[in-house]
Ligand binder design. Sequence first.
Ligand SMILES: Cc1ncc(C[n+]2csc(CCOP(=O)(O)OP(=O)(O)O)c2C)c(N)n1
Length: 340
Amino acid sequence: MTTLQAVAGEAGANLDTDRFTAMLDMMWRIRAFEELAVRSLDEKLVLGAIHPSIGQEACAAGICCNMERADLLLSTHRGHGHTLAKGADALAMMRELFGRDGGTCGGKGGSMHIADFDVGMLGANGVVAANITIAAGAAHALKLRGEKRVVVCIFGDGAINRGPFLEGLNWAKVFDLPVLFVCEDNNFSATTHTGVMTAGPGAAARAQSLGLPARSVDGNDILAVDAATRTALAALHAGEGPQFLHCKTYRMTGHTAVDPAGYRDQAEVESWRERDPIARLGEALRLAGVSAARLEEARTKAYAEMEEVYATARDTAWPDVAGAYRDVQDCGDPQVRAFS
Ligand SMILES: Cc1ncc(C[n+]2csc(CCOP(=O)(O)OP(=O)(O)O)c2C)c(N)n1
């Protein structure tokens, strides 16, 4: 048995192959989108930072593909995958990265601040942990309005060491709000192993100490992420209050696309490469009888789509200068003058 077969697990006969082949399609789309986003830096199409989530695609697809379009999502600076899996348009996202007309936020937000209210994506957020209290607020609004929708808030392992983690989880529990908090634990906070700066037994234990039911799963196993997400979302819909999910995964790139990540132990990197979430799902589907041709199609279609998205976004016009102050927080005349 190969390592890949071993980590692909016992999925076999009971696997819903249609459902998970669709998830494989999504994971390849995320990877292709991000590889091209990284490439765009060489062409100077993106002038700021890109934070790739390559290696973490099982979390994005396993969580967000289970959400309804009307459900609300909050993400982080590493949020392309979450946003795509929530149903956002890849071309509008790439245009946003490139600062072009037709970007999800009119080209003003960029990679770290993509929002698309049409698909319930309330926003990525470049401020670590800031989305946690916003998610609690959004869930509180849904509860006050008596709506059936739920909120999912995804953040990194570094975020659990910031104050909003306590504030947001506490508020959500006190008011029994319909929000699933997800710690997408990729081992690192920028260039530091999160473990060396985290006291106690970690994310799930902290959530449990506040009374939130918490589950920990292998975040590179989409079957496990999917099952845990469905359980948590069902609990939200049953009115059982906030839920917590801890997904253990690994960031296969540096913190940003230009970070060579020389601080990482190569043996550790290799051990995670063998657990690549896309290869694992592909292997599980192969063992369950999905054809090699269909598995290959998932990859080739994704890259073809994203190459076209990339070229179209690159050839898209810049936004109209007259709209520079449209849709941004009103800072009033004095400040505008100060910058002119
Ligand atoms: C409040 C705040 N402090 C510091 C930073 C700088 N910073 C950007 S990303 C990052 C690491 C975040 O780690 P984690 O939450 O685990 O997310 P990951 O990058 O691993 O996805 C830091 C410290 C920031 N953006 N916001």
